[in-house]
Design a protein around this ligand. Structure first.
Ligand SMILES: [Zn+2]
Ligand SMILES: [Zn+2]
Length: 355
């Protein structure tokens, strides 16, 4: 298959990566990330998408125009492979399936999140978040709006609350059923419990050295690190360690040594093992910094207040503070697991201190 296309001024934002692979920049409205790179993969069974983009009319028309620039009608898409359940990746999947009858494939752990998102009543969710934040040391003023929303029976107003149920499960380590292509699923939990990278086990079309190409989703990005928080599940109290999962998953994709990485944000890049080392060092530095902060006992909330973010704590809106606290908790949990921090006996809400 020989269709190729590059970005043309004024045309849809499409890049041909060679060897039957294209990326389409699908905008994410009002988000500093700017866009999701939706990848199109030609197969002998028809075109397949890796991720679909944000559910918004402008994003949809960009996706359709981008596919058109690659010579593909959206009706012709035969399958959708989802790296993870977040709305900037899975948002348009239902629409693509409606238009084309394509199957949607996702790892079971993220499919479980999708089922839960669709079925958890709003007040159950508000109550769960309020309890979780209170236990993390959040002040009453931060938790009050959640309790009010629960009491008023207010529906949740967030994007991606009605995500598409997948039709197929992605099995880690196995090739996807794509005629004429070798695309293997690499389970990379951390950013979400069911995040997968997809390894295209074919020679690089431009002859770059390395092992094929890696569609890395949000797991491995050239200039930013993905959010690592706790896996939030109101119906499961398993004590998970997402940061450990993430660091292990990073080493796994570093060992693959792909010739090129095709991530879902920013830009394609080479040098995956070096980028992995950089990220591992970044996380090690951050954990060392947190241990210094934990020379005095702190709740996750107090720790989050003292951590470095992309702006001062005072300027961080409430919703983002909740996400920051989840990230602080994920780090504390990892330090506890490593034996580098512990819960202070008898503290309520629980405080943690370096050991
Ligand atoms: Zn994500
Ligand atoms: Zn993303």
């Amino acid at each position: 298959m020989t269709r190729e296309s590059g970005a043309r001024p004024g045309g849809p934002p499409v890049t041909g990566h060679g060897g039957g692979v294209w990326s389409i920049k699908v905008p994410i409205p009002d988000n500093p990330l700017g866009f999701t790179l939706v990848h199109l993969l030609d197969t002998d069974g028809g075109p397949v998408l890796i991720d679909t983009g944000w559910d918004d009319p402008a994003s949809w028309s960009t996706l359709v125009a981008g596919l058109g620039a690659c010579g593909v009608a959206v009706e012709d898409v035969t399958g959708v492979v989802i790296t993870h359940h977040h709305p900037d990746h899975h948002g348009l999947s239902a629409r693509v399936r409606e238009a084309s009858g394509a199957w949607i494939a996702m790892h079971e752990a993220d499919a479980a999140v999708v089922r839960r998102t669709r079925s958890t009543p709003a007040e159950h969710w508000y109550g769960y978040m309020a309890a979780k934040l209170t236990a993390a040391g959040a002040p009453a003023g931060h938790v009050a709006p959640l309790l009010r929303a629960a009491a008023d029976g207010r529906p949740r107003k967030l994007p991606g609350l009605d995500p598409a149920l997948p039709d197929r499960s992605i099995t880690p380590g196995e090739l996807l059923d794509l005629p004429g292509r070798r695309l293997r699923a690499i389970w990379t939990p951390g950013h979400t419990p069911g995040h997968v990278c997809l390894h295209l086990e074919e020679d690089h079309p431009a002859g770059l050295p390395g092992n094929g190409r890696l569609f890395s989703g949000d797991h491995l990005l050239p200039g930013i690190t993905p959010h690592i928080g706790l896996y939030e599940d109101p119906d499961d109290d398993t004590v998970t360690d997402p940061l450990s999962d993430y660091l292990d998953s990073l080493e796994r994709v570093g060992r693959l040594g792909p010739a090129e990485v095709l991530p879902a944000h920013q830009r394609a890049f080479t040098g995956a093992p070096a980028r992995v080392r950089e990220l591992l060092a970044h996380h090690e530095d951050r954990l060392t910094g947190l241990l210094a902060l934990l020379s005095e006992p702190l709740t996750p909330w107090r720790l989050a207040e003292r951590m470095e973010w992309n702006r001062p704590w005072a300027d961080i809106p409430a919703g983002s503070r909740s996400i920051a606290v989840s990230e602080a908790e994920a780090h504390v949990r990892h330090l506890v697991k490593l034996g580098r921090a512990e819960a202070a006996a008898g503290s309520d809400p629980v405080t943690y201190v370096a050991v």
